[in-house]
Design a protein around this ligand. Structure first.
Ligand SMILES: NC(=O)c1ccc[n+]([C@@H]2O[C@H](COP(=O)([O-])OP(=O)(O)OC[C@H]3O[C@@H](n4cnc5c(N)ncnc54)[C@H](OP(=O)(O)O)[C@@H]3O)[C@@H](O)[C@H]2O)c1
Length: 241
């Protein structure tokens, strides 16, 4: 039987590409999303991948949602924590609400999603947890104190949990995409994108969601078991750690 992969924010953007790549690699995929029913229904119609609606910011909703996925499809072997949001503002203008929303989704969301699957992965002696962080969690970004802090936190979470999971056959890794051409990035003013962001990317273009998806498929594989606690940067040469 094929392994079950659960992708948060898996119906749009990078997450949609990850869901499709995992399906093409032979996994049974569940794609979670937060609220865009129309996009989720279109994604399911186009790909045949089932979508499940809940917020990763809500622990109880995550536990219930994961229980539903496992009852319908089987135990989660691969968890991709991809869901993420931006609420950008220069720090002097940033509201507590903007800080909290980003923390709740982009950092606490990883706890909320990973905690309910962790015991099962330990019992089965196999698991893959793949966290989608960001270049801006590595280097920081003006206007994104909330996002950069949460994404840096994702890397600490990855490294700590990798140590806990190692003897139980669970690997925990992170991917730090640079600027990828999804709605999140296309929402940036075109002039800013063309004149300020793309010139900073040595390969001279935005990344493609599929380029991140390929990293996920690589880390999810059975024979990637010696890679854990790692961070893969996929950023077109924009930043080296
Ligand atoms: N795009 C980039 O250049 C870039 C660069 C570095 C890192 N990243 C990271 O990559 C990940 C995906 O980014 P993207 O650009 O593909 O984003 P996107 O196009 O805006 O899609 C975000 C996805 O996350 C879901 N989502 C948002 N909040 C959620 C919540 N509370 N619970 C469950 N799902 C939620 C959305 O669901 P709905 O469809 O229901 O709204 C959507 O499916 C994020 O973690 C982002 O920080 C992106």
């Amino acid at each position: 039987m094929s392994k079950v992969a659960l992708v948060t924010g898996g119906s749009r953007g990078i997450g949609a590409a990850i869901s499709v790549a995992l399906k093409n690699a032979g996994y049974t995929v569940a794609a979670n999303y937060a609220g865009n029913d129309e996009a989720a229904a279109k994604f399911t119609a186009e790909t045949g991948i089932k979508t499940y609606k809940w917020s990763v910011a809500d622990y109880d909703a995550c536990a219930a949602g994961i229980a539903t996925v496992e009852a319908e499809l089987g135990p989660v072997a691969v968890l991709v924590n991809n869901a993420g949001i931006t609420r950008d503002a220069m720090f002097h203008k940033m509201t507590p609400g903007q800080w909290k929303e980003v923390m709740d989704t982009n950092l606490t969301g990883l706890f909320n999603m990973t905690h309910p699957v962790w015991t099962g992965m330990r019992d089965r002696k196999f698991g893959r947890v793949i966290n989608i962080s960001s270049i801006n969690g590595q280097k920081g970004q003006a206007g994104q104190a909330n996002y950069s802090a949460a994404k840096a936190g994702d890397l600490g979470f990855t490294k700590a949990l990798a140590q806990e999971g190692a003897r139980a056959g669970i690997t925990v890794n992170a991917i730090c995409p640079g600027y990828i051409g999804t709605e999140m990035v296309r929402a940036i003013d075109e002039k800013v994108l063309n004149e300020r962001i793309i010139p900073q990317i040595p390969v001279g273009r935005l990344g493609e969601p599929e380029e991140i998806a390929r990293c996920v498929v690589f880390l999810a594989a059975d024979d990637a078991g010696f890679i854990t606690g790692a961070t893969i940067s996929a950023n077109g040469g924009q930043f080296f750690v």
